[in-house]
Design a protein around this ligand. Structure first.
Ligand code: K7E
Length: 601
């Protein structure tokens, strides 16, 4: 609850008449004097002018960053890098009452795994909803890698409205990625497991363990995923990694990386190589090329799918027979797979390879149509020739991971081992600039950088380490988001922003004017999760206490600055249901409700 503070006049006067202390550089003085006092170079001031946003001025972009193990979504203004909001998604968020009231508890319950409540999430890759391959600002989807789940956040009110999960898979990573009109939200498993959560001994890895890609059907009208109309494809046990949906030229297709075609599963105490080294024996893994548009038709044909854990699944054999799945070798331990803005090419970064490899969709199509294969994998999936599928490779450096794009024909790839962002010409496959980041860069997010029309301008490097960047806070340091200006020929570091929550894995940057958030819920009594008037809503003047079979129901209103009724009399042992409607219609006038020591907030 917010209340206005009534300060005695004498105190106000005292505040205003405090003498201004001449602190280091903060006093009056020319810019030159300020620079000298604070030890700033001209380059520093140039950077400061590009990010400083005076009080009352708005940011040009929103950055939606995953909160990692915090399980929440973080909304940041760019270029100021001011945090605007934490959206509770996979974990309760007491300030907003998320996970404390019945409505949001029901959302968290949708995300239970095996009937268990989960008090954390491992959020990786937010995906804004798209129309014709461009962000439309309506929804954002997020995934939980460790406890495979996908959540839907409405950007009308920045509220989590739904969570879906399937026991078909036991972990995931290739998620969330949306198809160009948000027909589907993609979620691919990472660590193979017997599908549906049954048991098989790990020595049966090749026969019994499988990966899967789920295509969650998004119903735009309802603003919800429809599990009934969703489907999945069985995949070999190759540890599928990141994914991306084709667009424009490659619309209807999806691409997944994989990094364990060796099918190693660890066992360093049982005479087998440790998982990491076992999975890095071969020089090539397989990019999975999936025709989801055709799969969507096949799954509806009689006898072409099976139901596992309530999910319609296209068996691997059927996918092969129907031509839904092809493999292309990709250099060792690939990580990011990113479709270019025109949809014509797919860029793959391999952790253990120094290149970004650029695949040509046209060449891939030609090979598929001619059924020109280099044989099949042990599961019968046809393999296309590597050299005949690519346009070329760009020598990036050590540990290229993820790629984003701008509007001038440049691609930007995070270079993990070198802690750099490489800016390179897509056309010429040549690096034009490299900038150091601090340190251990993972993901990057450029302004609308994975859409059909990227903006360029800004890029945020999401660094996992922050050594020597900020004041000491003990052994565990924050993450470091570094804002870069990429509008010029090179790249300029503008600002370091510490982010002291989970390790963020990806972010999406959208033009601010595309977000049309509501000012308040009107009329009052709106349920932010269902989007409907809540059956327990009460109008002002109709507040009451009712004794029913299941306990005492209090129908209460909140308006600045009181609750009605403000005294509730019940008998010891009564079950009390408190239904509170905020009938306040002034913007930003919210009301908290707490019952101390009873875990109600
Ligand atoms: Cu493996 Cu962090 Cu999900 Cu890239 S992601 S860094």
């Amino acid at each position: 609850m917010r209340t206005s503070l009534l300060l005695p006049l004498s105190l106000l006067l005292a505040c205003n008449t405090q003498p201004v202390a001449p602190t280091g550089g903060a006093g009056a003085g020319s810019v030159a004097e300020l620079m000298k006092a604070r030890g700033l170079s001209e380059a520093d001031v140039n950077a400061a002018l590009k990010t400083y946003t005076p009080s009352g001025k708005r940011d040009e972009y929103y950055l939606f960053a995953s909160g990692g193990h915090g399980g929440n979504l973080i909304v940041i203004g760019v270029p100021s890098m001011r945090i605007l909001k934490y959206v509770g998604v996979f974990t309760p968020e007491p300030w907003q009452g998320y996970g404390h009231d019945d409505q949001s508890k029901a959302v968290l319950k949708e995300g239970q795994r095996g009937g268990k409540d989960l008090s954390w999430g491992d959020m990786h890759h937010p995906a804004l909803s798209e129309t014709a391959g461009d962000y439309d600002g309506q929804f954002i989807f997020v995934n939980d890698k460790a406890n495979p789940r996908v959540a839907v956040v409405s950007l009308k009110d920045f509220t989590t409205v739904q969570m879906v999960q399937s026991n078909l898979i036991q972990s995931e990573h290739g998620s969330t990625f949306v198809t160009p009109n948000t027909e589907y939200v993609i979620e691919a498993s990472q660590y193979p497991a017997p599908l549906g959560g049954r048991y098989a001994d790990i020595s049966k890895f090749n026969e019994e363990y499988r990966g899967a890609a789920i295509f969650w059907k998004f119903d735009r009208q309802r603003g919800r995923i429809d599990p009934e109309r969703s489907f999945a494809m069985e995949l070999p046990p190759y540890m599928q990694d990141l994914a991306d949906a084709g667009k424009l030229a490659s619309d209807g297709w999806a691409f997944f990386n994989s990094f364990d075609t060796e099918r190693a599963y660890g066992g360093n105490q049982e005479g087998r190589p440790a998982l990491e080294s076992g999975a890095s024996q071969s020089d090539m893994d397989y990019m999975h090329v999936v025709n989801w548009r055709k799969a969507e038709q096949v799954v509806n044909q009689p006898g072409k799918s099976v139901v596992i854990a309530g999910m319609r699944v296209i068996p691997l054999k059927t996918s092969v027979a129907e031509g839904l799945l092809h493999f292309i070798p990709e250099p060792k331990s690939p990580h990011g797979v990113d479709v270019t803005p025109d949809g014509k090419e797919i860029v793959v970064g391999g952790k253990l390879d120094t290149h970004a490899t650029v695949y040509s969709f046209e060449k891939i199509q030609a090979l598929i149509n001619a059924k020109k294969y280099d044989g099949t994998d042990p599961y019968g999936v046809p393999i296309l020739n590597f050299k005949e599928s690519i346009r070329g490779q760009c020598e990036i450096g050590l540990g290229p991971l993820h790629t984003q794009f701008d509007n001038q024909g440049y691609a930007y790839t995070s270079v993990f081992i070198e802690s750099k962002v490489a800016k390179w010409s897509l056309k010429e496959l040549k690096v034009v600039d490299k900038i150091s980041t601090h340190y251990n860069i993972g993901h990057i997010a450029a302004a609308e950088g994975d859409t059909v029309s990227p903006d360029g301008k800004y890029l945020v490097a999401m660094n996992k380490w922050a050594i020597d960047r900020f004041n000491d806070v003990g052994p565990l340091l924050p993450q470091n988001f570094q804002l870069l200006d990429v509008s010029g020929p090179g790249q300029q570091l503008l600002y370091d922003m510490p982010l002291p929550l989970g390790e963020p894995h990806y972010a999406q940057m959208i033009k601010a004017d595309k977000i049309k958030a509501i000012d308040l819920y009107s009329p009052a009594g709106h349920n932010s999760v269902t989007g409907q008037k809540d059956p327990f809503a009460v109008e002002g003047g109709k507040e009451r206490v009712e004794r029913r079979a299941d306990g005492v129901h209090v129908f209460m209103t909140a308006v600045r600055s009181h609750f009605t009724p403000d005294t509730i009399r019940v008998k010891e042992g009564d079950v009390v249901h408190v239904h509170i409607t905020n009938v306040e219609q002034a913007k930003d006038a919210t009301h908290g409700f707490t019952i101390g020591s009873h875990n109600f907030n």
